[in-house]
Write a protein of this length. Sequence first.
Length: 279
Amino acid sequence: MSQSNKRVIKQTGKYVLLTAALVLFAGPLVWMLSTMMKTKAETYKVPPTIFPESINFEAFHRLFDVQPLMWRWIQNSFAISALVVIGAVLSSSIVAYGFSRFSTKYKDRLFPIVLMTLMIPPSILMIPSYVLFTKLHWVDTWLPLIVPAWLGGAYYIFLFRQFFLTIPQELDEATYLDGGNRWTVFTRVIMPLSKPIVVTTVIFAFVNSWLDFLGPFLYIKSNEMFTLSVGLQLLIGQTSQDFPALAAGAFISIVPIGLLFLFAQRYIVEGVVLTGSKG
């Protein structure tokens, strides 16, 4: 077999694998988009069809008619996610600034302890956290979902610290010579240069909060205070036979995440790559 034929076979194999991966990952998304534009009768056809006979968006009207609190749940999810994002960026960046710039004899001992918290399974913390928040009378409020984000997250601290280490300390010294202090360095030098990792943290924190089901399910009892993830689970019992309406609800839940990744994917790649450039 000639070298050119081997190259063609190799390239063909790559395209086949890429096509199979595309079908595997994009298939459910395409099916969801197709289902939400079908009528209820079309979803029961055998064999099922991929494309709807006619595009319509009646499923969205039925979705909001069946559950008038949908808009409220969407607003709740945005409010909680926004507060979580602000807390994660502020608290984690400040802690990471201390680990990357301060010189203390305990720094090298404390940072591994922070990273070790990543190995603690969330299920182990579930019961102690619920007991704590119950004693604080935070159950049926948003506080258990928001306050922990304002206390720093180990993963975000790691990302910020690694990125801050790539910023030359000569910039800090120049700021001190101009009369600045550590806070000036952090707010005027470090953070403006850390846009990629800030955007990366914003996306990760937003997605984790937006998609969180267990937290709101455990701590929120009032229907009016539900997030979208819990509300959609409630919808399954109300519209279990209306597959287009359920697909429409799922579509609403993934639109913000898709838009975030679409407009900020460049910063994600840059931020994650640079976090590993220094140890």
